[in-house]
Design a protein around this ligand. Structure first.
Ligand SMILES: [Zn+2]
Ligand SMILES: [Zn+2]
Length: 445
């Protein structure tokens, strides 16, 4: 089977490598990936797939039925880029660049799609394979996504969460995707996060003539950031809390006291309980700063991504598939939990998943020196690995998938239960009520 899988991918090597370059050269951030999604759609159609396009947003999926009863496996590739204007290949207008290697993931997904159409590859497999080009993994441009949310175009900030909510993954039994990295590895997962948009609301006044008539939203914001920095040592180590605010709007003109200053941040943590507990402290610190300057503060909390845990059985499938298809690559297998976040975490809340890493990338992830140094490792051999995983999950009437499902204890009983829980994390509004008698009421959930 190794030879059948590997030669099926190799036959499509040029197409895979071309896709890697094309998508690298057309980086687009989440829910804006129109060129990337269009390119992927065209290539999938050329391979003979019927696609279901995501309604009103980027991305699509297709279901390949082997014609034999069995489980359904979802395979994902991420369409979006990050923003790093200092990168030499960044888009000169938007600053977008694939410094997280998602371009290679898309190329590998195309390789998987192409290989599954080659003779012999599906012969020993049962069930269905759902291939999905998913938008918006990187949780950024929160202001833009909040606008999409308020306009009713999306309900969740992450593409996988949104697709899950829309029913695009209904019927899926287990899922995997391989993220591009510097070396091949399989770990236990990564931490989750809450997304925050913060608006300090002061009062404008002439910065030279009558600064006493204003209330400085920028100083309130910097006090808020300092207050958050002052509580970092109260975060317990096992909770792996990460808070990293940025100022996205710092004032309107230099000769006025800033009336509106906006920030974006995450609160990351190893469990939902840890995230919620830390988020409460962060909101108290941010709000206290607003009170000290006499400004108001609006905090818009929204669910980010769930803590991501790979299922043990799926990790083993990834390890075995690598031994089968790409045994020459050193493979690190560990219990490591990374301190990034991914919306694969939302899928791992309800189904067995694995999200291992391929080699081929080089440089600092999300940094200005990141590149796909070895596109064969990142795309071609990565596709072989993924077809190998499908083979192991779907051969023998899907026995291995059934075993994984029987051992899997989902953190949430159903998609409905999970989405209801994260919906409860939404919280927005002004946090201070100033009263006419000079007192103030602070609302800190
Ligand atoms: Zn990333
Ligand atoms: Zn990424």
């Amino acid at each position: 089977m190794k030879d059948i899988i590997n030669s099926a991918v190799e036959k499509n090597r040029d197409m895979i490598l071309e896709a890697e370059r094309f998508i690298w050269n057309h980086p687009e951030t989440g829910f804006r990936e129109t060129v990337t999604s269009g390119y992927m759609e065209e290539k999938f159609r050329e391979l003979g797939y019927d696609l279901t396009l995501a309604d009103g947003i980027t991305g699509f999926y297709t279901v390949l039925d082997t014609g034999r009863p069995g489980p359904e496996i979802l395979v994902l590739g991420e369409l979006d880029s990050i923003i790093c204007p200092g990168h030499k290949d960044a888009d000169p207008v938007t600053g977008a660049v694939h410094s997280c290697g998602h371009n290679a993931q898309c190329a590998a997904l195309l390789g998987v799609a192409a290989a599954l159409k080659e003779p012999g590859v599906l012969d020993d497999m049962c069930g269905r394979i759902r291939l999905c080009a998913v938008p918006a993994e990187e949780l950024l441009e929160i202001e833009y996504r909040t606008e999409l949310k308020n306009a009713g175009k999306i309900r969740y900030l992450g593409g996988k969460t949104e697709f899950l909510h829309r029913g695009y993954f209904d019927g899926v039994d287990a899922a995997f995707m391989v993220h591009t990295s510097g070396s091949y590895s399989i770990g236990r997962g990564s931490i989750g996060c809450m997304s925050k948009k913060i608006i300090y609301k002061g009062k404008a006044a002439h910065a030279g003539g009558s600064p006493w008539a204003g209330r400085n939203a920028l100083y309130a914001a910097t006090c808020g950031i300092n207050a958050v920095n002052a509580i970092r040592e109260t975060f317990a180590e096992p909770d792996t809390i990460r808070v990293h605010p940025i100022i996205t709007h710092g004032g309107d003109m230099v000769n006025a006291i800033p009336a509106t200053v906006t920030l974006e941040s995450y609160v990351r943590g190893s469990s939902f309980d840890a995230i919620v507990k830390a988020n409460r402290k962060v909101n108290r610190a941010l709000t206290g700063a607003a009170l000290s300057l006499g400004t108001n503060i609006e905090i818009i909390d929204a669910p980010g991504y769930g803590p991501h845990r790979n299922a043990t059985g799926m990790m083993k499938v990834a390890e075995d598939a690598a031994k089968l298809t790409i045994p020459d690559y050193p493979m690190s297998v560990s219990e490591h939990v990374g301190s990034g976040s991914t919306d694969m975490g939302d899928l791992s809340a309800i189904m067995p998943v694995v999200h291992p890493y391929s080699g081929g990338g080089r440089g600092t992830g999300h940094g200005s020196d990141y590149e796909i140094a070895d596109p064969v490792a990142a795309c071609v051999d990565c596709a072989k690995w993924q077809v190998g995983m499908l083979y192991l999950l779907l051969k023998d009437d899907g026995a291995r998938t059934r075993e994984i499902l029987s051992e899997f204890k989902p953190p949430f009983a159903s998609k409905a239960e999970y989405l209801a829980y994260i919906d409860g994390l939404n919280c927005s509004g002004d946090r201070i009520e100033y009263r006419d008698d000079g007192s103030a009421v602070v609302k800190c959930e």
